[in-house]
Design a protein around this ligand. Sequence first.
Ligand SMILES: *Cc1c(COP(=O)(O)O)cnc(C)c1O
Length: 386
Amino acid sequence: MIPYGKQEITQQDIDGVVEVLQSDFLTQGPKVPEFEQALVEKTGAKYALAVNSATSALHIACLALGLGENDWLWTTPITFVASANCGLYCGARVDFVDIDSATYNMCPKKLEAKLVLAKANGTLPKIVVPVHLCGQPCDMQAISKLSKQYGFKVIEDASHAIGGKYRDQPIGSCEFSDITVFSFHPVKIITTAEGGAVVTNDKELAEKMALLRSHGITRDLDKMQGESHGGWYYQQIALGFNYRMTELQAALGVTQIKRLEAFIEARHRLANRYNELLQSLPLVLPYQLENTYSGLHLYVIRLKLNEINLSHSEVFDSLRNQGVGVNIHYIPVHTQPYYKAMGFTDGDFVESEKYYSDAISLPMFHTMTTEQQDTVVSVLTEILSR
Ligand SMILES: *Cc1c(COP(=O)(O)O)cnc(C)c1O
């Protein structure tokens, strides 16, 4: 089976991890700060904190921005459930903004229309989480403008987008957001096995998230109440978690991030080749928003179902049966039973549901060979001609 995504582990990665295993620190040593420094350099953000997943990153980002009961968090239905669940972790309520039909990202016009209504109802969101689906940056300028107008905070879920650019700024620069979150799960662009990060330009937010990552405990005298009891002393000043990344994971991050540009270039070569080879098939191929450079985590095609004889699931199953490990990103979050129990129903977000009815993610990963890609193209071409 040709997988839809796959990590690349080289001898350099293995050597880095083995070196940590032979060192004094398996956790809380020098590798995590080294990885964080590399994230600062790649993104241009002032502060980076590595954590054990993007899910944890989203959670502490929401808490640092003060999300709580009676607040609203809005995101897109076409995302992994974690982009929405982070709101629920904080006791907030979650709602969605439908996608744009060309980019499949949160539509700024629909966001604005929803904000106008929410303002009238007194239900404006505290946080909006745009997701750079497939690595394609959202229209951040428009979202940022609305955030100032309506007073909400912005967390970019850039789990798909490290290495991409928006208006010549690296994704993660946080020029148009408060915090940006990354995932380093093995299917994503670079990996630390499990892992994630938050980046921000705001010192206060960075300090809050650092506390939340590690039990709410500080050893900083300036942050303590009263006097230190001695060299062993620490104080818990917030309710935090253990969301730390290990040294083994950070070592992997340090060597992986060195190859980030090469990974993204390889993905662009593959995507360009797909664009050429698939152009005459009954498909909608990915659209690229101007002034953006995608991280290209995913290559999503849309089936023109009225021009073919098979259904969406028949095309999907036929591809899988012939060794093409396609996937679907994503099942609209509001249609998940857990969200339906909160009152969402089919038909709430029409464009997202339409996308779900005909989208397929084709295999794409930086070590994919030309032969593998040719196999995907020929199998798909044959299936669509049935
Ligand atoms: C993968 C992913 C997450 C969660 O990442 P983890 O590191 O697995 O917690 C969140 N949001 C999006 C859009 C993702 O693709």
